[in-house]
Design a protein around this ligand. Structure first.
Ligand SMILES: N[C@@H](CCC(=O)N[C@@H](CS)C(=O)NCC(=O)O)C(=O)O
Length: 342
């Protein structure tokens, strides 16, 4: 079953549409391949969840994940009622669980389940939602405008924001992110042992983590990436001098996708780049995006309670284990020394 004819275009389709691949990401080895894997997205049909066919769509998501924010925004714009299922991508790593691997072999959020159809990949999901649910049309039918929407969606999809986020963190947050990457590796090793039938999926994830780590250690590439963000924002500034919304006279999927990207950029240190003294048109556009009722679906930060709920138990368990082991060794050695002396 094909979803949204040509909505998430393949490279060939893009070439036909004259869409150029943005230079961003191409400078850092390993980053592009990780993105390319996600870019394809996937659509499967699983008879096992047919029971849901008449009910509201179920979104498997995490509050502050970029792709989840984008899908929630589009669901809000279309005024679609949906059920949510949180997949904790924090240290609990629920996205690596075998049940989720069967839903989303890329092991990432979001995933949308509608009846017997599973849609993965934020780009595919928003296209699917736009096409299959009532509400305002967010993808123009006029070919030139439609291509422009697709072009801006493609640009943000290629944007290595995750890597940039890793590269720009400092202090405790940086340490915590590196620690989480190590946790993911050891969890993947255990999962491969326990679920040999899912080996390919887990190995692919390991390869993706390798690429991510190589990318974030490639500091020169990362600083180039920061410059490229500025170049891209300049391109958006010039574009917005000619039009009210990113891809034309009306709000489209391109604006929805970029709302979440701008919000992430703001959080990872590009806030000044979005202000009116630097880029008046970008600032005007971002203000318009924030005024829309869909902005509330973004969830930009976790509440203290959510931080405790999502991160607390796994962090506590790991540190408790270290602490218990450390003291067992210290006490054991103490006992041995005392025993040998006596
Ligand atoms: N562009 C991707 C984004 C997917 C993605 O990278 N999701 C992140 C959260 S924004 C995730 O699930 N990360 C967990 C992981 O990679 O282990 C999509 O189309 O769905």
């Amino acid at each position: 079953m094909a979803v949204g004819p040509g909505f998430c275009p393949t490279s060939t389709e893009l070439a036909k549409l004259g869409v150029r691949r943005p230079p961003i990401g191409a400078t850092v080895s390993g980053l592009s391949s990780a993105k390319a894997k996600v870019e394809g997205g996937e659509l499967l049909e699983l008879p096992g969840i047919a029971a849901q066919s008449k009910s509201a769509p179920t979104l498997y998501h995490f509050p502050i994940s970029l792709g989840s924010q984008q899908v929630r925004l589009v669901l809000a714009e279309k005024q679609v009622a949906w059920d949510g299922q949180i997949v904790n991508t924090g240290p609990a790593l629920e996205n690596l669980e075998p049940w989720y691997a069967k839903l989303n072999p890329q092991l990432v959020v979001p995933t949308l389940v509608v009846g017997t159809t599973i849609v993965t990949g934020a780009v595919q999901i928003v296209g699917f939602v736009n096409e299959h649910f009532p509400g305002p049309e967010l993808l123009p039918s006029e070919p030139e405008q439609r291509d422009e929407v697709l072009r801006w969606i493609e640009i943000q999809d290629q944007f290595p924001l995750r890597e940039l986020g890793y590269a720009r963190t400092k202090g405790m947050v940086r340490w915590f992110q590196r620690w989480s990457l190590r946790q993911q590796r050891s969890r993947l090793r255990r999962l491969i042992r326990k679920n040999p039938e899912l080996r390919d999926i887990y190995e692919a994830k390991r390869a993706e983590l390798d690429g991510l780590e190589r990318g974030i250690h490639h500091r020169i590439g990362m600083s180039e990436l920061v410059d490229e963000v500025e170049v891209l924002l300049d391109e958006i500034e010039v574009t917005l001098e000619q039009r009210e919304w990113l891809a034309g006279p009306n709000y489209t999927l391109a604006d929805a996708m970029w709302t979440a990207v701008l919000s992430k950029l703001e959080q990872i240190g590009f806030a000044r780049s979005l202000r009116s003294h630097r880029r008046p048109e970008v600032a005007r556009w971002y203000a318009q995006l924030r005024e829309r009722p869909s902005w509330d679906s973004m969830i930009r930060r976790l509440s203290a309670w959510q931080v405790l709920r999502f991160y607390g138990p796994s962090v506590a368990k790991t540190f408790l284990l270290f602490w218990v082991l450390k003291w067992m060794i210290v006490i054991g050695l103490g006992w041995l020394v005392a025993h040998l002396r006596g």
